[in-house]
Design a protein around this ligand. Structure first.
Ligand code: C2O
Length: 510
């Protein structure tokens, strides 16, 4: 089996998975497709960013990090849909960001100031000029808890700066068809007099995130995994894979805000190192954090990991008093009780319901998930490997086995991005091919890490698409599975350039 990376240009690439190898966990490149070296710059225009300051090292702390302790008596904060804030709520949020921006000017070294707050994310996505950087908090099971902590301290600082302990972030609910535009408070007025404005947004207030990335189908697929490995991401380390939300709608929305045509990895939001220099970052991630609740609430089979490696993993942040604190994953799982915030739609009520706090104690073994009913119509793969019947019924037990399409060892230069749609048995699929067909297996979006070439490289990334619900139909009557990877920009366009390599594409059953 070949381990030589293949380069995916902006043309669709087709792979045929021979039936014999259908379920083998093996590279599918034995045939040699002759694609290496294909980097495309098709239409002459290139993407480039202005040089942005690169040193994101946190200010030094005079004390070692203290253990963060929850305050169960703190007032509850309610995070509301950003598109539905009252004028008073919107003004309150703007006043808090104004205070944070002012602090940044009056005392640039205060870790609670706006530039320092943006640097927190940058530190983990590129680091300091001294060559150091934070641990990798993307593309693994650290993604959800780290960002939850980040938003929590950011929110507490905002509240402290305006003397309002009930101040809450607002979430951008792009999954709702009525909320696909940049939320009103962030663009009203759409100029620097608005503390929620950012001059480096490519998306205009009149534009909407394409439904291919955040519509009902995309969202259903992002929330479909039963196994936390597919939803949250796999354990951190060199072979980790990001989860269905991170590699899906999360990445696509970042890219879209930076450049609505999705051709370029544009600062701020379209590049991880600069993304948190846009206040919209915290609203986008409010929604990501809320989706974690939505997933947990959707089924009793949706459970967080119980591994102590995860629960006891610690992160450090400056808190609202500018004190360096250390907080663990276990500390933040019950956000209503420990962090004292909730979402206005009730997401997370079940998640907050008691038992989860017990996870702070190490549990012996991960909960092994078995097939559990979900009240929706799904296709059952009676037998894969060419004998799929694809029988559908109104209500059927979900399949006991999951089928996962892996794309391993993906590498994209640190200043570039990629959005790739994946089709099964759809010869000729291209960027304009409908994504509402049974042959569409999903997409993944990789956000650029740095604004300039030569920044800290993306590590290799692995992507896993759970195709259990889609593949059986696409595979009906077929003896081979043909996978087509289609790079795309915006809704239906071909990207001007793509520079992505990966090492293996294969299907597994588990
Ligand atoms: Cu840390 Cu949306 O990225």
């Amino acid at each position: 089996m070949s381990t030589k990376p293949r380069i995916l240009g902006s043309e669709p690439v087709r792979f045929e998975l021979a039936r014999r190898r259908f379920l083998e966990q093996a590279s599918l490149f034995a045939g040699g497709l002759g694609l290496a070296g294909l980097t495309t710059h098709a239409h002459g225009q290139s993407c480039s960013n202005p040089v942005v300051p690169g040193d994101c090292a946190p200010p030094a702390s005079s004390t070692p990090a203290q253990r963060w302790v929850p305050d169960p008596a703190a007032p509850l904060r309610t995070r509301r849909n950003a598109a539905r804030l009252s004028a008073a709520e919107s003004d309150r949020l703007k006043a808090a960001y104004k205070a944070m921006r002012d602090l940044s000017t009056s005392n640039p070294q205060d870790p609670r100031g706006w530039a320092q707050q943006g640097n927190v994310h940058c530190w983990y996505c590129g680091g300091g000029s001294n060559g150091q950087q934070g641990e990798e908090i993307h593309s693994s099971w650290l993604f959800f808890p780290w960002h939850r902590c980040y938003l929590f301290f950011h929110e507490r600082i905002l509240g402290k700066l305006v003397g309002d302990p009930t101040l809450a972030l607002a979430y951008w609910n792009w999954g709702n068809v009525a909320n696909r535009r940049l939320p009103a408070p962030f663009v009203t007025p759409n100029d620097p007099s608005n503390p929620l404005f950012d001059a480096r947004r490519g998306a205009a207030p009149t534009q909407s995130v394409p439904s291919a990335y955040v519509g009902a189908t995309a969202l259903r697929r992002a929330l479909a995994p039963n196994d936390w490995r597919r939803f949250l991401g796999t354990p951190d380390g060199p072979t980790s894979a990001g989860g269905s939300v991170e590699n899906g709608p999360h990445g696509a929305v970042h890219i879209w805000v930076g450049d609505a045509s999705m051709q370029c990895a544009n600062i701020d939001m379209g590049v991880l190192a600069t993304a948190a220099r846009d206040p919209l970052f915290f609203s986008h991630h409010g929604n990501i954090d809320r989706l974690w609740d939505v997933w947990l609430d959707a089924s009793s089979t949706h459970q967080n990991p119980t591994s102590t490696d995860w629960l006891q993993h610690r992160f450090t942040f400056y808190d609202e008093n500018a004190t360096l604190v250390s907080i663990s994953v276990a500390d933040v799982l019950d956000h209503e009780r420990s962090l004292r915030y909730v979402y206005d739609d009730g997401a997370g009520r079940r998640a907050s319901g008691g038992t989860r706090l017990a996870l702070a104690e190490p549990a012996p073994e991960p909960v092994r998930l078995s097939a559990q009913p979900l009240a929706r119509s799904v296709a059952v793969p009676a037998e894969l490997g060419g004998r799929i019947t694809g029988a559908r019924a109104a209500v059927v037990p979900p399949p006991a086995r999951r089928y996962l399409l892996h794309i391993d060892g993906i590498q994209v230069p640190s200043h570039k991005q990629a959005v790739v749609r994946v089709f099964a048995n759809r010869p000729g699929a291209g960027p304009a091919t409908a994504v509402d067909s049974a042959n569409y297996l999903g997409f993944f979006a990789i956000v650029a890490k740095s604004a300039q070439p030569g920044g800290h490289a993306h590590g290799k990334q692995n992507v896993v698409l759970d195709v259990t619900d889609t593949l059986p139909e696409a595979q009906r009557g077929k003896t081979k599975l043909e996978v087509t990877l289609v790079p795309v920009a915006g809704d239906r366009a071909a990207p001007r350039e793509v520079d992505l390599t990966f090492e293996a594409l294969y299907l597994t059953e588990e």
